[in-house]
Design a protein around this ligand. Sequence first.
Ligand code: AHR
Length: 551
Amino acid sequence: MVTMTPSSRRRFLAKLGGAGAMLATGSWLDAIGYAQGVRGAARALIQQPRVRADVDRRVLGAFLEHLGRAVYTGVYQPGSPLADSSGFRSDVVREVKEVGVPIVRYPGGNFVSGYNWLDGVGPKQQRPTVLERAWNSIETNQFGTNEFIDWCRTVGTEPLLGMNFGTGSAEMAVAYVEYCNYDRGTKWSDLRRSHGFEKPHNVRYWCLGNEMDGPWQIGQMQAREYGRKARDAARQMRVIDGNVQLIACGSSGTNMPQYLIWDREVLEECYDQVDGISLHAYYGNTPALTRNSTARYLAMNLDMDRQIREIAAVCDYVQGLRRSSKRLWLSFDEWNVWYRARSGDAVDGRRQVAPKLLEEVYNLEDALLVGGFVNTLLRNADRVRIGCIAQLVNVIAPLVTNDTGVLRQSTWFPYTWALRYARGRVLDLRVDSETYPITAAGLQADFARNDQVPFVDVVATLDVQAGQTCLLMLNRDLDGERELVLEWRDITPTRVLACETLTGPDLKAFNTFEEPRRVVPQRLEPPAAGTRMTFKLPARSYTVAQLATTT
Ligand code: AHR
């Protein structure tokens, strides 16, 4: 909250009396830095000593699954004029490399729970074509672990590998770590070397299965059963490589009947053996989730904040039970908007190679919400170490390919702004903002809230060495511009280096190959740099500003 003298505090409180919506005393939003503001401008105090966390860029990672056209024709299309000598789509490589996606999760998702990683390594002509059962597709295995590692090196990202805990045994999950990370002289490490990879891949981050609580998951398990398998496999993995970071499967969503109970029981079994736990969430502007209200929809990143707090609380509870000194971190390794291409033909591969699945078309309002998710992940960077937008290309993705090129969907811009500009440390802001009400009536239980939502959502990062600050600002007001007054202490902005906004009159507008510029960033006139700056945020907008700052 902005620091006030007693008299300005009295004036502030007097004005509050006239304000419309107010945060209830003790609202959980207070915990993420928001307080009730007076009608009109939002205010944020930016003070260098108030730091939430270092920005681990892994919080802005992505996900690539063997699903639909994500791998085949998304990142890998040998024979295409757009492919390089390894068969990788150069246009996609260029996009991903340019923005520096820090970590990519692979190969699934639901796919991984039926995947035999051995099918995807070794001479390509000897790899089996299989019927893939998560998405009812034909998998040729022409792209596998080693191609993925090569692709990661080409685009400059870090791999996050998933293991099969569905049909797969602990033995084969452990063998996968040995194949990838052990140097030489053992069965699995020598197999890798015989495949042309002399040096170990040294994959650090691993997911112990995927959504093992889900009835849709191949090999779905009970929490304790999964937790014991994870414990056993993790123990063996650490014998092979003491540096691995292991992520247990958390609840696959807040709507699961065993949400939080699953997480508690799993962790009661394997807390000591794992380093993190996964969170997944998909959102949509639907009757059940928002009553088709854009105002409610744009508040959904606060539901993500809440999920993070709830899962973190379970981790800390089990930490207490076990008298452990270890604090788990969170891996939000699937998050996105996904509600249109979610049933029927959109999820059934009909035994085709690279079928068109989950090809969600993203509009302006989706992009604004994705900006909100980016803000939420950054302000929780003290707890969330990894985050993966699900997914990267073609499948619920910000990039879409066809035979002639790659299209940036609306969601590409907020996601990549953070990648480009958010560096250094996340500052712990206190924001005063006028709010608007949302109501629970008629909504699915996990989204049914009577609450107050701040119109303005803002995060700031400060890179002291580079002398740069990044501001990411969401204006949820659908009808009007909102001012955001920033007051700086111990940090002095000297120049505005960039200021762009994503907005427009039509919240449902989207890009196509024919019209790729319907939703693109526009330059926004920034305020002059100084210790008090007022940004004028357009109605329904997401804005980035990069400032040169001295400290
Ligand atoms: O990302 C699409 C699917 O959503 C993933 O395969 C699965 O993990 C989740 O349910």
